[in-house]
Design a protein. Structure first.
Length: 414
């Protein structure tokens, strides 16, 4: 009944603005049309023309900033709940073992490709390569499991691990080979992979938390959100006061996880306004409902304590137009104040692990430099996803993995 109400709300626009808002260019309107007609199989196959991870994207993509932001319904009211619809259709496809809609006219291409990293970028690349007829596709991952940040970066309450496992199994069953507990630079080198394969894709992501470079960041009690979520080696938050610094989905995942682990007060401090947060609106709303307190237009100046964090010196900010297209936060002189905290968690961005791919040329932001075909500075080596500077959302990562696969295939055909 819920699904029917949500699909009936869609106007079935001819222009399909929602499609233009989706990084993967999913034909959402056509899929919804099939659902309205009662044909869930065709609805799933329509999604699978452009996406292999509908069950996952439907749950964790920032829909209000992507497809739903373009929905005509949003002009005078609420947009169509595309995320919910996609997740239900995706689950139907998994539960009923409906094959992906393969639109490629393929022949077997006797080539071998290695993919390093099994996050949404890597697994999508693997699926597309198999659809394109590549004979051997191998995935390498340093973990003992597949999924990357989908497993260790997104909490269970947002993305059940069972869904990830089902979605991945379906792709692996296309004939993808898996090598786990294999760390690039330690267990296998890039040169070794180049010698064994016709192409190598680096899709390892960037999961090392960045810091502010302010006084006190080396005190005990200062953590990186990415590492906390990945390794789940949490301190005892019971009855404690915790501040999370950042405005993205990682900050939301961290603050909600910490609150669920028994923290008394959890603050999210963000130097810009709420409407400038990169986190999904739904995640912000749910965080507030769970008791998270937000300090908008506030910044951290200093971390204070004797060996361990005791308090944070903050300062209020104002938003100034510097002609950069986005209002910039500027500290308001003399507005300093202090907050007593037990822990501080940094969720202000991430970077690539040092030493993994030092042989590849980097851009000004420290990401692997690639051309428009995802080629790196090294022959036969490609890079995609966050490690190559692609926007950090599941859909964008999947898009870059899909496009990298197509470009690898096209290079093979030359």
């Amino acid at each position: 009944m819920i699904l029917k109400e949500k699909v009936d709300y869609c106007l079935g626009c001819v222009n399909k603005n929602c499609k233009s808002g989706c990084p993967l260019s999913n034909d959402i309107t056509q899929s919804i049309k099939y659902v309205k007609e009662g044909n869930m199989e065709l609805a799933y196959k329509e999604f699978s023309k452009t996406s292999f991870l509908s069950s996952i994207c439907g749950r964790v993509c920032p829909h209000t900033k992507q497809c739903q932001s373009k929905c005509v319904r949003a002009i005078k009211g609420e947009p169509v709940d595309i995320g919910y619809i996609e997740s239900v259709v995706g689950d139907y496809g998994l539960d009923n073992n409906i094959p992906f809609e393969n639109t490629e006219n393929t022949e077997i291409i006797h080539k071998k490709v290695a993919i390093v990293g099994s996050g949404p970028c890597g697994i999508t690349c693997a699926a597309k390569l198999k659809q394109l007829g590549i004979e051997t596709v191998d995935i390498y991952d340093k973990k003992s499991y597949l999924g990357g940040l989908l497993i260790h970066g997104i909490p269970e309450f947002r993305l059940p691990k069972e869904i990830v496992e089902k979605a991945y199994k379906k792709i692996i069953d296309l004939g993808v080979n898996v090598h786990l507990n294999c760390n690039l630079g330690k267990d296998v080198t890039l040169d070794e992979l180049k010698g064994k394969y016709d192409a190598v894709l680096i899709a390892i992501g960037s999961n090392i938390s960045t810091h502010m470079g302010i006084e006190g960041e080396t005190l005990d009690g200062v953590y990186g959100a990415n590492e906390l979520l990945e390794y789940r080696d949490f301190p005892d938050f019971t009855g404690k006061t915790v501040m999370v610094n950042g405005g993205g989905n990682v900050a939301m995942d961290a603050c909600r996880t910490i609150k669920r682990l028994g923290a008394k007060d959890v603050f999210v401090i963000y130097r810009r306004a709420e409407e400038q947060m990169s986190a999904e609106k739904k995640e912000i709303k749910e965080a507030k409902e769970e008791g998270i307190k937000f300090l908008f237009q506030n910044n951290i100046v200093r971390i204070i304590g004797d060996k361990k964090v005791e308090k944070i010196e903050c300062i209020k900010t104002e938003l100034v137009d510097k002609g950069e297209g986005r209002l910039s936060p500027v500290n308001i002189e003399g507005s300093n104040y202090f907050v007593d905290v037990d822990y501080l968690v940094m969720a202000i961005g991430s970077k690539m692990e040092n030493g993994v791919v030092d042989s590849l040329e980097k851009n000004d932001w420290g990401k692997i430099k690639v051309d428009e075909h995802y080629r790196t500075s090294m022959d036969k080596v490609y890079a995609a996803g966050d490690v190559a500077g692609v926007k950090s959302t599941i859909a964008w990562a999947s898009f870059s993995g899909r496009e990298a696969a197509i470009n690898i295939y096209e290079d093979f055909k030359k």
